[in-house]
Design a protein around this ligand. Structure first.
Ligand code: OAD
Length: 260
């Protein structure tokens, strides 16, 4: 097993005058929740090594066998409800609370650990385990911890209730809003994602084309590492609090906030 010390690769030279970067847009993936005990998807032994996505994460799978799909997400919902936020989630919430400009958190994660760590207005582009969705009338409501094929939609009564998760072949949530944020970002930061799933994997190019500085914080090289101005490798619970402290220190140095 390789050991992962924190290391930094400066590809094109990221400006370090963080205080001049106002709007920060952050994309997170399964890696930020790994140290909270939740499996990633593509690491060794990850979710997609345990089960095939085409059996549980497509509309076709749900039409074919909704019971199997519910079982899969019921287990993940229970596991996520037991998990606690780690220092990476809490550091991003601190950044949101202290930074005097917008900090937008977009996550591919369906757990609620950003919110549990104190973050606000998180955009869950792949949906959320805590939500239920009616496949007939599109009504959305809080999911019970265990969903069943026989559940009835509280709006239309139909028995087509599904987890409020974006499956392969479906369009992620909030795309207009997210692309608007990417177009106006000064800094785009990607944390704990393999860069293998689009459209999220294209966010770095989108932000970069709009003039943002770009930084990747990940355990290993991702499929899109080469697109970033700078990449730092290590565990999210090490890298994210260090980076947030570095950013907030520039505010102190600029006299914008008093040190804690
Ligand atoms: P992946 O499993 O594809 O990638 C997780 C990334 O996190 C990898 O690059 C790891 O190196 C990194 N990683 C693992 N542990 C880490 C740690 N402790 N600290 C920092 N990084 C760590 O997960 P995602 O990129 O989130 O979609 O996957 C994207 C989407 O693919 C998911 O939202 C899901 C999946 O199919 C749907 O289910 C629709």
């Amino acid at each position: 097993m390789a050991s992962f010390a924190v290391s930094v690769i400066v590809i094109e030279g990221l400006r370090k005058d963080w205080v001049l970067m106002k709007k920060i847009v952050i994309l997170t993936g399964a890696g930020i929740s790994a140290e909270s005990g939740l499996d990633t998807f593509r690491d060794a032994g990850g979710v997609w090594a345990q089960v095939r996505p085409e059996d549980v994460a497509t509309p076709e799978a749900f039409a074919r066998n909704p019971g199997i799909v519910h079982d899969f997400y019921n287990a993940r919902r229970i596991q996520a409800a037991r998990a606690a936020p780690n220092p990476a989630h809490r550091a991003l919430a601190q950044l949101q609370a202290v930074w005097p400009y917008p900090v937008v958190i977009v996550t591919q994660n369906v757990d609620g650990l950003h919110e549990a760590g104190g973050a606000r207005d998180v955009l869950h582009m792949h949906g959320i385990l805590a939500g239920a969705l009616c496949a007939t009338c599109n009504h959305r409501w809080p999911a019970p911890s265990t969903m069943a094929v026989t559940d009835a939609c509280p709006n239309c009564g139909g028995q087509t209730c599904r987890p409020d998760i974006v499956w392969f072949g479906e369009i992620p949530y909030d795309m207009g809003l997210i692309f608007g944020h990417l177009a106006t970002a000064d800094l785009f930061v990607s944390i704990g994602t393999s860069g293998q799933v689009y459209p999220a994997a294209a966010f770095v190019q989108e932000a970069s084309a709009a003039g943002a500085n770009t930084l990747e914080l990940n355990l290993e090289e991702s499929a899109v590492s080469h697109e970033f101005d700078e990449t730092r490798s290590g565990k999210a619970s090490d890298l994210v609090p260090l980076w947030v402290a570095e950013v907030l220190d520039t505010l102190v140095a600029a006299g914008s906030v008093q040190p804690a």
